[in-house]
Design a binder for this molecule. Structure first.
Ligand SMILES: Nc1ncnc2c1ncn2[C@@H]1O[C@H](COP(=O)(O)OP(=O)(O)OP(=O)(O)O)[C@@H](O)[C@H]1O
Length: 305
């Protein structure tokens, strides 16, 4: 059952088109990702869905409600990760948790949440005395304190170190396992790949594809694998392009990059061996969401131009 339905959403800021005909649905209990480079329109889209912004046109339904008209009911049923600037600097962690819990009819166990997020020892610490990562974790705790049916998490792990990032991913999986639907805005490919059941790839205000991470990766030409190596002696590309497993042979300054599927490694190694070519520094890589994004948009995820 869809808990969020967005159809033909448009939003501009002056002449700047931020969201250009975006449509998607989010099913109950899934982690739905919105992945795209900076400025793609992710935050604007989610803020319209949360009822924090008014779209220029299009329709949005959240839990069967209209985010603008039914704002007060939705506030009780969804959790939104606040941006740092939205919390008073002097407010202590424990006070923030109690204040936010008081807004909801059936709040979650705040002590347990602080414990899960590694903030138990920080109850008495003021917000502006927390590290960036701790502030981020508090924002997540506050988004979850109301026991929401849907949690909107925007740039969840930005500013966290790798260990804290992995801990946060586990926490989010735990939330999903309790039946909460999660909408995750991110520009981290690894985060999207690891966490999301389905995701919308967005670029320049448009949805370029919606699928599972594996489904998106499978759309890359020859989806699957890539080999990189330094040949001991030059050889003609045809040696490999003749193989049914190979879809493409490309060259960098010193390396050969072979894309393909099936028993690619075995087929390429055997063909090279037959012609006395040794593959030095051989690496096998799986194609990933970054490749899918490049294949679908012609741009890198991290490319802000
Ligand atoms: N309040 C605003 N006024 C004017 N332009 C805005 C405003 N907010 C966003 N924009 C512009 O709209 C476009 C989409 O921005 P948005 O923040 O939605 O993208 P995003 O994908 O969330 O990016 P990021 O990952 O950097 O947050 C960008 O070109 C941005 O500069």
């Amino acid at each position: 059952m869809a808990v969020i339905e967005v159809a033909n959403l448009h939003k501009r800021y002056g002449r700047q088109v931020a969201v250009d005909d975006v449509s998607f649905t989010v099913e109950r209990g899934e982690i739905f990702g919105i992945l795209g480079p900076n400025g793609a329109g992710k935050t604007t889209t989610v803020e319209c869905v949360e009822g924090l912004r008014t779209a220029d046109s299009g329709s949005i339904s959240v839990l069967g409600l209209d985010p603008r008209r039914d704002e007060s009911e939705l506030r009780r049923r969804v959790g939104v990760q606040l941006q740092k600037s939205e919390l008073p600097e002097k407010m202590r962690v424990g006070e923030a948790m109690e204040l936010f819990a008081s807004f909801y009819p059936g709040p979650a166990d705040g002590d347990k949440l602080l414990d899960d997020l590694g903030l138990t020892g920080k109850r008495g610490t003021a917000f502006n005395k927390l590290s960036g990562g701790q502030q981020q974790r508090l924002a997540i705790a506050l988004a979850l304190i109301g026991n929401p049916e849907i949690a909107f998490l925007d740039e969840l792990t930005t500013g966290l170190d790798p260990q804290a990032r992995r801990d946060t991913w586990e926490l989010i999986e735990g939330i999903r396992n309790r039946g909460v639907t999660v909408v995750l805005v991110t520009h981290f490919m690894e985060e999207a790949e690891r966490l999301c059941d389905r995701l919308a790839l967005v670029d320049e205000g448009r949805v370029v594809a919606i699928d599972t991470p594996a489904g998106l990766v499978a759309r890359v030409d020859g989806g699957g694998q890539r080999l990189r190596f330094r040949p001991s002696v030059p050889f003609p590309d045809q040696l490999l392009t003749d193989l049914p497993e190979v879809t493409e042979v490309a060259h960098t300054a010193s390396q050969v990059v072979v894309t393909g599927q099936g028993n690619l490694l075995q087929a390429v190694s055997a063909a090279l061996a037959r012609h006395d070519v040794v593959a030095l520094d051989l690496r096998v890589e799986q194609t990933n969401l970054e490749d899918a994004f490049v294949a679908l948009t012609g741009r890198q995820l991290g490319d802000e131009s």
